[in-house]
Design a protein around this ligand. Structure first.
Ligand SMILES: Cc1cc2nc3c(=O)[nH]c(=O)nc-3n(C[C@H](O)[C@H](O)[C@H](O)COP(=O)(O)OP(=O)(O)OC[C@H]3O[C@@H](n4cnc5c(N)ncnc54)[C@H](O)[C@@H]3O)c2cc1C
Length: 402
């Protein structure tokens, strides 16, 4: 019987432990925190957006999309739903294919995983932060910062990335893998708020609009929140999955209309609102402060003028800004605000069918520690469950360390 050590008791580590135990291994989870699965409780605003019925490799980013495709062929959305049903978790599918536990409680997901871990006799060692892992006489030595080292026949590194360090994942897994000869790319926060130049956004702080945000070719339609540091909201969060070195994010406030249609509409509006000063030109159409900021960005002034004085050139400029309101990107908010990590352990150094290292036999990884990040909408947990399940099964069924 293989002794399998799972480093990290998060989403992927818990599933890895269950699948390893179900396939006959003796399993120990080493978790740095006082409890396993803390991050799961915070997911989906406490409801846990477990997966997405639309999930495919197209929703993932990283050095090699083929790596996700490998996992998708072995254990994907249907398998995940079947797995959780076997644990007693009923699910429901909402808008855009987002799947949640029927209870609307992330705690249901964690409780079910913990009940199964107990039932399978998985050993859970908490407050045990692994510093490094070494090969010793065909076995692995698990070395903690504090406490005694332990041994295992196979190791699964399921430590997560750097996002939300308060919930346990501080990037320690990268050092463990590097110590075993693996390569780790640069990392940065993803699914996070964007910092922009603040002159416009600061004045609009707290206002929510629905618009289409875009960075280069990537577009997301949905809620956008102006803040004192930049832009937030679900559409902005989702868009940061595509953020690389781009300099601007732009908003289309009427994505359903072409520039020409919008210009014609704004001219007609100037006729209807002829006797109203420009500061109220957008009243009834947009938030008043947003409307005034748009006019300023379109270089239309003073706002005390009557709407009837708008020239064709000014109307065209307003339409242009409404279709492409640009904000200079100054960065993102920090790891504390991020939902996931862009970058990580280079996937070409692992076997996509087993999650086993091609460098160190008997070493596996799963979840966010890999250079794989998904869009907003249940895709990151799907990756954690899939890669964890495959790593656990493969580690349990492996024959010998070469
Ligand atoms: C606020 C928030 C909301 C989110 N909502 C969603 C959502 O609704 N849907 C979705 O798909 N994704 C969501 N995500 C992303 C998703 O939660 C993660 O991608 C996923 O949890 C990654 O799983 P993981 O097991 O790889 O890492 P984690 O879940 O981060 O688990 C890693 C575990 O390893 C432990 N650990 C770390 N280093 C060590 C060490 N050296 N020794 C021992 N233990 C260690 C940590 O304490 C932690 O318990 C959200 C993320 C956040 C922060």
């Amino acid at each position: 019987m293989n002794n399998v050590a799972v480093i990290g008791g998060g989403a992927s580590g818990l599933v890895a432990a269950i699948s390893a135990a179900q396939n006959g291994a003796r399993v120990t989870i080493y978790e740095s925190g006082a409890r396993v699965g803390r991050k799961i409780l915070s997911t989906g605003n406490g409801r846990c957006n477990m997966t997405n019925t639309n999930a495919s490799a197209a929703y993932y980013h990283g050095g090699d999309a083929g790596f996700v495709r490998g996992a998708a062929e072995k254990f994907w959305v249907k398998d995940t739903l079947g797995f959780f049903l076997s644990l007693g978790v009923l699910t429901k599918t909402e808008q855009d294919g987002r799947v949640y536990p029927y209870s609307d409680r992330a705690s249901s997901v964690l409780d079910a995983l913990r009940l199964k871990i107990d039932a399978l006799g998985v050993r859970v060692v908490t407050n045990y932060e692994v510093k490094s892992v070494k090969r010793k006489n065909n076995r692995f030595l698990i070395i903690p910062y504090r406490g005694e080292s332990e041994t295992a026949d196979a190791v699964i590194v399921a430590t997560g990335g750097r996002a939300a360090p308060d919930l346990g994942s501080k990037g320690g897994g990268y050092d463990i893998l590097k110590g075993l000869g693996h390569t780790v790319t640069d990392t940065r926060p993803s699914l996070v708020q964007i910092k922009t130049e603040t002159e416009t956004v600061k004045k609009l702080k707290g206002i929510k609009i629905t618009a289409e945000a875009s960075i280069d070719g990537a577009k997301e339609y949905g809620e956008i929140l102006f803040t004192d540091y930049g832009l937030s909201g679900i559409a902005i969060f989702s868009l940061t999955a595509y953020l690389d070195k781009q300099k601007t994010v732009s908003l289309d406030l009427m994505h359903e209309k072409s520039g020409e249609e919008l210009t014609a509409m704004l001219k007609e509006r100037a006729r209807i609102m002829a006797q109203v000063p420009l500061e109220s030109y957008f009243t009834g159409m947009l938030d008043k402060r947003v409307g005034q900021a748009l006019l300023k960005s379109a270089l239309v002034s003073p706002l005390s003028r009557l709407s009837s004085t708008l020239t064709d050139a000014e109307t065209k400029r307003i339409a242009d800004v409404m279709k492409k309101w640009e904000f200079k990107i100054e960065g993102t908010m920090s790891w504390n605000n991020a939902q996931t990590t862009k970058g990580g352990a280079v996937t070409s150094e692992f076997d996509r069918d087993t999650m086993e290292s091609k460098i160190v036999s008997g070493l596996y990884a799963s979840g966010e520690v890999f250079d794989v990040d998904g869009d907003c909408g249940g895709y990151n947990l799907q990756w954690a469950w899939s890669s964890g399940y495959i790593a656990g099964m493969s580690a349990a069924l492996r024959k010998e360390i070469k």
